[in-house]
Design a protein around this ligand. Structure first.
Ligand code: BG6
Length: 612
C-alpha cells in the first residue's frame, strides 16, 4: 500500500522527507512525488515521477527547493494507472491545496461528478484528487476547517497529509483505517508524519499513533488533535525501534538478511516464554484473558498471504495437541461469509504489519459477533493491537523485505507456544508440555545448521532458476510449507509460476503436468506421513519429474530418489515446518537473485496492504 510522509518544522530540508520516504518504499513503488512550501516564492513547489524514489530524488536535486511544510508519497497503484498525472501529491484547480493519500475513496466517482458540475477541472484518474478539490470547495482561509468538512463526505479509507499555499504555516493530517503516526523530532517543534514507524526512526524518539477519525494540526505554536471537532488529549510514547535493526548490514538485500536472522527470530520469540520444568508457556500478553481462554471451545485463526500459511500450521498444532477445533479464515473471504461465532469462540489474527485491511476487517467482524479477539503481530502500535483484547508480539525487529520470512518462523514458534498454553489449560500432560518446550528451545541452533548449507542451496536454486513452472509438495504440517515455498518463488522471482499442493492431491489431477521440465520441491521429513510423501516422490519420478527434496538428516533412502537433496536436523513433527521452510526461503531468494530481480521489492507487491 502507499507510503506517506509529512514534515513541519524549522529544518527547511526536504532531504529529511526523501530519506524517510525511502524507508517506506516497501509499501509501494509504482510512482513518487513531493510538494514543499517555498517561503521565498510564497507558493508550493511540486514534482512527481513514475518509478522509484531515487528517480524523484534525482529530479528534485536538478532544481532543489528548501522550505517547510512538505509532504511526500510513494505509490502502490489502486485507482488509476501508473502515470505521472496519477502520482501524488494531487492538487486542486488553483494549485493551492496539495494532498498525499494512502487508502481508497469508494465514493470518489460520485463526488467527482458533483465537483465537475461546480466547474472543478480534474487532471488525474485518481480517487485522491477529489479530496484536494473538496478542500478547495470548503476553503475559507483555514486549512483544518476545510479539511474536516471535506472528510465528512468521504466514504472509504484514508491516511492523508495536506499543505496549503494560502494557509502555509501548518501541516494537517488525518486518518480513517489506514495507519498514520506523528513523530516529534530532535529539533523542538519539528514533526515528522509517516505511515509506519520505520520511516521516522532516525529522526524521532517519541511518537503518537493517530486513531480512526482523528485529524491533527502542526504549527510552530502548537500541536493538537481533533476527533469530530473535539480536542483530543494525546500523549507521545517512546519509539522503541533501533536504527541498525532496519539496515542491511553486510547483506545485499533485506530478504537475505532477514532469512539469516531466522534462528535469532525464533530465539527472540521464545525468550522468557518457556517454562520447561513445568512444561508451560508464559505468554504475558494473554495473562488478562487467561481465564476466559479456558472456556474457549473453538478457535478461528485469520491471516493473509504468508500469515495465512502460519495460521494453517497453527490449526494442525492446536487441534493435535490442545484438542480445540480450529478453523483458518482467509482475511479477505472471512468477513463476507456468515461465520458461526459465539462467546466461546476466540479469533486469532496473525499479521506481521498489524495493518492488513482484510485481516483487520475479518477480526472486527468476528469481534462484533462476540468472539474473544486475540492477535499475533510484529508491529507495536499497529491497528490490530488496538482492535484485539489481548495478544502476543513477535519482537523480532522490523521486517523490510516485502516477502515475509523471519516473522513467519516467529509466528510458527509463537503458535507452538500457544499450543502449549492452551493444551496445558486442558488435557495436555506435563511430559508432552516439557517435550514441546525443550524441543522449541533447541530450534534456533538447529536452524543455524541449515543456514550453514546456504552455498549449497544457492547452487541448487541457480540450477533450477531456468524452469518456469514448479510444484511444491508436503503433507500434514508441511502442506502449508509447500504453499509457502510456492508463494515465495512467485513473490520474489515474479517470473516463475509455482503451485503448492497437499501431496496426496497430485494424483487427482495436477500430476498431469509433470515431466522433465516441471520440477517438484518436496518436503519429506521423517514424520508420521513420511511413507505417503515417498509415494508422491515415486509417482513424480515415474513421470521423469525432477525432485528437490528437503529431508531429515540421516535419511539414506531419499538420497537414491531425489535429484537434489537438502537435509534438515531432526525435531518433533509439529516443529518440522519451522526448519523445513528455511531452505525454501533461501531457494526463492537465490533464484530471484540469479534472475536479476529486486527480491526486496518485487513488482506489483507491497509489504502490507491497507486497502481491501
Ligand atoms: C502481503 C505481503 O502484502 O501481505 C506478504 O507481501 C504478507 O508478505 C501479507 O504475508 C500479509 O501481511 P501481514 O502484514 O498481514 O502479515
Amino acid at each position: 500500500m502507499c507510503g506517506i510522509i509529512g514534515y513541519f518544522g524549522k529544518q527547511n530540508n526536504v532531504k529529511i522527507g526523501i530519506d524517510a520516504l525511502k524507508r517506506l518504499e516497501y509499501r509501494g513503488y509504482d510512482s513518487a512525488g513531493l510538494a514543499v512550501y517555498d517561503h521565498e516564492k510564497k507558493s508550493i513547489f511540486s514534482i512527481k515521477t513514475v518509478g522509484r524514489i531515487d528517480r524523484l530524488e534525482e529530479l528534485f536535486y536538478k532544481s532543489p527547493v528548501s522550505g517547510s511544510p512538505f509532504i511526500l508519497h510513494t505509490r502502490w497503484a489502486t485507482t488509476g494507472k501508473v502515470t505521472e498525472e496519477n502520482a501524488h501529491p494531487q492538487c486542486d484547480c488553483k494549485r493551492n491545496v496539495f494532498v498525499v493519500h494512502n487508502g481508497i475513496i469508494e465514493n470518489y466517482k460520485d463526488l467527482k461528478e458533483k465537483l465537475k458540475a461546480k466547474g472543478h477541472k480534474f487532471t488525474s484518474e485518481t480517487d485522491t484528487e477529489v479530496i484536494s478539490h473538496l478542500i478547495e470547495h470548503y476553503f475559507k482561509g483555514n486549512l483544518e476547517e476545510a479539511t474536516a468538512k471535506a472528510l465528512k463526505l468521504l466514504k472509504g479509507t484514508y491516511a492523508l497529509a495536506v499543505i496549503c499555499r494560502d494557509d502555509p504555516e501548518k501541516l494537517v493530517v488525518a486518518r480513517l483505517s489506514s495507519p498514520l503516526l506523528i513523530g516529534v523530532g530532535l529539533e523542538n517543534g519539528d514533526y515528522l508524519v509517516a505511515s509506519d514507524p520505520n520511516a521516522i526512526v532516525p529522526y524521532a524518539k517519541k511518537v503518537v499513533y493517530l486513531e480512526d477519525n482523528e485529524l491533527a494540526v502542526m504549527t510552530s505554536e502548537k500541536f493538537f488533535v481533533l476527533k469530530e471537532n473535539v480536542l483530543e488529549d494525546k500523549s507521545f510514547e517512546d519509539l522503541d525501534i533501533k536504527m541498525e535493526e532496519s539496515q542491511k548490514g553486510e547483506f545485499s538485500h533485506f530478504m537475505l538478511k532477514e532469512i539469516f536472522e531466522e534462528p535469532e527470530s525464533i530465539r527472540k520469540s521464545i525468550a522468557g516464554r518457556l517454562l520447561i520444568e513445568e512444561g508451560l508457556a508464559n505468554l504475558g500478553g494473554l495473562e488478562s484473558v487467561k481465564e476466559k481462554m479456558k472456556g474457549i471451545n473453538r478457535l478461528i485463526i485469520l491471516g493473509c498471504g504468508t500469515a495465512r500459511h502460519a495460521a494453517m500450521i497453527g490449526e494442525y498444532m492446536i487441534e493435535e495437541y490442545a484438542g480445540i477445533p480450529v478453523e483458518v479464515g482467509i482475511g479477505s473471504e472471512f468477513r463476507y461469509k456468515k461465520p458461526v461465532i459465539d462467546e466461546n469462540t476466540a479469533v486469532l489474527a496473525i499479521s506481521q504489519s498489524g495493518e492488513t485491511a482484510d485481516t483487520i476487517g475479518a477480526l472486527k467482524e468476528a469481534k462484533r459477533k462476540g468472539a474473544l479477539a486475540l492477535g499475533i503481530t510484529n508491529t507495536v502500535g499497529s491497528t490490530q493491537t488496538r482492535e484485539t483484547d489481548a495478544g502476543v508480539y513477535n519482537h523480532v525487529g522490523p521486517e523490510i523485505g516485502v516477502a515475509s520470512t523471519k516473522v513467519f518462523v516467529s509466528q510458527l514458534a509463537i503458535l507452538a507456544l500457544l499450543t502449549v498454553f492452551l493444551g496445558r489449560q486442558r488435557g495436555m500432560s506435563l511430559v508432552t508440555g516439557k517435550k514441546i518446550a525443550s524441543e522449541l528451545e533447541k530450534l534456533p541452533g538447529l536452524a543455524e545448521k541449515i543456514l550453514g548449507q546456504s552455498e549449497k542451496i544457492k547452487k541448487i536454486a541457480e540450477k533450477y532458476s531456468k524452469y518456469r513452472n514448479f510444484f511444491f509438495l508436503g503433507r500434514k504440517y508441511n502442506y502449508p510449507i509447500a504453499l509457502e515455498g510456492a508463494l515465495k518463488l512467485k513473490e520474489v522471482t515474479t517470473l516463475i509460476h509455482a503451485e503448492g499442493y497437499p501431496a496426496g492431491e497430485m494424483k487427482h489431477g495436477p500430476i498431469a503436468l509433470i515431466d522433465e521440465n516441471f520440477p517438484t520441491f518436496c518436503f519429506v521429513p521423517s514424520d508420521s506421513v513420511y511413507e505417503k510423501m515417498i509415494n508422491a516422490i515415486e509417482e513424480t519420478k515415474a513421470r521423469n519429474g525432477k525432485v528437490i527434496a528437503v529431508a531429515t538428516e540421516g535419511n539414506e533412502e531419499i538420497k537414491k530418489m531425489a535429484d537434489d537433496l537438502i537435509y534438515i536436523p531432526q525435531t518433533m513433527e509439529m516443529l518440522t515446518p519451522i526448519l523445513s521452510v528455511i531452505p525454501a526461503h533461501l531457494f526463492a531468494a537465490y533464484a530471484g537473485l540469479k534472475l536479476g530481480k529486486d527480491i526486496d521489492k518485487p513488482r506489483n507487491l507491497a509489504k502490507s496492504v491497507t486497502v481491501e
